[in-house]
Design a protein around this ligand. Structure first.
Ligand code: ADP
Length: 274
């Protein structure tokens, strides 16, 4: 009986009790280790840009009579401070994504509208990269595309995966965004013809700060947190994000969202008929 207090359990079956305690401690230790790793990673990621900002500010001061040099240092200063801003934004987003949704945070979200807005918002980025953005609507027009959730979190998950797809695409390639209904879920599939991801990296790309090509991703302005934020957000909403990829051919990310409940009355009728 899962509702019974653990103590009753203890007195009667001692072995079970020991097993329960051991399990809890293992979970506790795992969480502590994860927190420790995360803090170590955060400080490592922050250290470089913080040091760079300090040194560059100093260098600007020293180079005051050389306008060319000042401009060069100032440009690097802008880049490093943007990096710090991106990192702190993503760390905050990740901590929000990892916490359970509170009822007062829930709002009515129209998934079809969110996807269309994100496609519009990425049009100019795709154009600059010479990438063709293709929208395929395979959703069922009569079915709802509404769910309860945090609009900003859902939109940023879609945005993140879409911008990754565009960023990893070669010029002249297409990124396809397809929406569809699947049972009680709404799916968004984002397919690119980029370099793909090797199997040994495939599950790890959702880990915090994991990058396939660390130096390059940092240079591109990536924090290594985007996919981790997207997965935590979607899971907090009862959905998920998964990936399939073939190296040399491209990647396909699938986001799935649980749709709002069908009104109770309708469901009751259905049950009766069967
Ligand atoms: P980043 O900020 O580095 O983009 P993400 O969490 O968004 O961090 O992605 C993690 C890593 O997964 C990236 O560094 C990149 O190597 C890989 N990746 C993500 N999306 C794609 C894609 N569409 N094609 C190829 N590799 C990708």
């Amino acid at each position: 009986d899962p509702g019974a207090p653990v103590r009753t359990h203890v007195i009667r079956i001692e072995g079970d009790f020991l097993a329960v305690i051991a399990e809890d401690l293992a979970e506790e230790q795992r969480l502590t280790a994860m927190r420790r790793d995360f803090i170590a990673n955060v400080s490592h990621e922050l250290k470089t840009p913080i040091a760079a900002v300090g040194l560059l500010a100093e260098a600007v001061k020293e180079a005051a009579d050389d306008p060319e040099l000042v401009r060069e240092f100032a440009a690097s200063l802008v880049k490093e401070s943007k990096r710090l801003a991106d990192l702190s934004r993503d760390i905050i987003q990740l901590s929000e994504a990892q916490s359970t949704l509170r009822p007062e945070q829930l709002e009515h979200v129209d998934l079809r509208a969110v996807v269309e807005d994100e496609i519009d918002a990425h049009e100019s980025f795709a154009e600059r990269r010479g990438v063709d953005l293709v929208f395929i609507d395979s959703s069922t027009p009569k079915r709802t595309s509404a769910m309860q959730g945090r609009q900003s979190a859902i939109a940023s998950a879609v945005a993140n995966i879409l911008s990754n797809a565009i960023r990893h695409s070669p010029a002249g390639a297409s990124v396809r965004v397809r929406i569809a209904h699947k049972k009680r879920h709404f799916t968004v599939t984002i397919t690119d013809a980029g370099p793909g991801i090797a199997p040994e990296h495939l599950e790890r790309i959702f880990e915090r700060f994991y990058r396939v090509d660390g130096a390059r991703s940092r240079d591109d302005g990536g924090t290594g947190l985007g996919l981790s934020i997207a997965r935590h957000s979607l899971r907090a909403h009862g959905g998920d994000v998964t990936v399939r990829s073939t190296p040399g051919e491209g990647s396909r990310f699938t986001l799935s969202f649980p749709l709002s409940d069908i009104p109770k009355k309708k469901r009751a009728k259905r049950v009766k008929r069967t």
